[in-house]
Design a protein around this ligand. Structure first.
Ligand code: SAH
Length: 257
């Protein structure tokens, strides 16, 4: 494997934000998967308080609001994503129930035991799966739920190229049984676990990036950092197609005990 491949964390935030702002989703997922994960959660009412952490521009938050009662706070580190999030909520007339705020998942602005549900699609890796589950737990009421999607290994062993790629990008990647143990150790009943279908990557995440990449390269013609960033995105996509039987996103749903 080439050592020139960089982790996304090494790129300029502004470039990353601009690129992902042009996309509907900032991570793999789909409306069907959000609804499926929600089907395991049975405690929600109009009074429920929900947080969507690392919400991005909020495609999944809008689906959540359309299929669950209660009020949702979306939190993301990047103001440009939060602005788009709030615009999207207004467009769907959901602004009374959904509010996007700028904040960090390692310093959440909630009271202890305030929340009925913590949602987070494709984002908990920013703090780490174990740390996120442990630190966020105090914000949940007893009997409240956490629902997070997280990249996971499907097999105990895998080719070294993909193993090395993920060990560099996210060393906390692990097998599904090990992730479930981490969830249990953090004080949750592991209520449900399911693998996201491949179309969550291919159709909902990678396909829209093909034209977005062309537009982005035109806008940043001659900009080496932008070219390198797109080359990395393409490399990541190729690796997914090559090794998708070894890894993918998994939804983990837990209930605080
Ligand atoms: N949930 C969205 C976005 C996933 S991408 C979706 O499924 O499409 C991961 C998101 O986490 C990005 O929007 C990124 O801005 C956000 N993020 C990264 N670090 C963060 C932090 N420390 N606190 C809050 N959000 C963060």
């Amino acid at each position: 494997m080439s050592n020139e491949i960089k982790s996304i964390h090494e790129f300029d935030f502004n470039l990353i934000c601009e690129y992902f702002s042009s996309l509907k989703r900032q991570g793999p997922g789909s409306p069907e998967v959000t609804i499926k994960a929600l089907s395991f959660i049975d405690n929600l009412t109009n009074k429920s308080r929900i947080a969507d952490i690392g919400c991005g521009t909020g495609d999944q938050t809008m689906v959540l609001a359309q299929h669950a009662p209660g009020r949702i706070t979306g939190i993301d580190l990047f103001p440009s994503f939060v602005n788009l999030f709030n615009t999207n909520a207004r467009k769907l007339n959901l602004q009374d129930r959904i509010k996007g705020i700028v904040g960090s998942m390692d310093n959440l602005p909630f009271q202890n035991e305030e929340l009925d549900l913590i949602w987070s699609e494709g984002a908990i890796y920013n703090i780490g799966f174990e740390r996120g589950l442990n630190e966020w737990r105090k914000f949940l009421k007893t009997g409240g739920y956490v629902a997070v999607s997280e990249v996971s290994w499907f097999t105990k062993e895998r080719p070294s190229e993909i193993d090395e790629y993920w060990m560099d990008a996210y060393p906390e990647i692990d097998t599904i049984p090990n992730k479930i143990v981490h969830m249990q150790n953090a004080g949750y009943i592991p209520v449900a676990t399911f693998i996201l279908p491949e179309i969550c990557w291919t159709e909902h995440f990678y396909a829209p990036q093909v034209s977005a990449q062309e537009v982005f390269l035109k806008e940043h013609a001659g900009n080496k950092a932008a070219e390198e960033f797109i080359a990395n995105q393409r490399h990541e996509t190729q690796l997914y197609y090559k090794y998708k039987e070894y890894y993918g996103y998994v939804f983990y749903i837990g209930k605080k005990i």
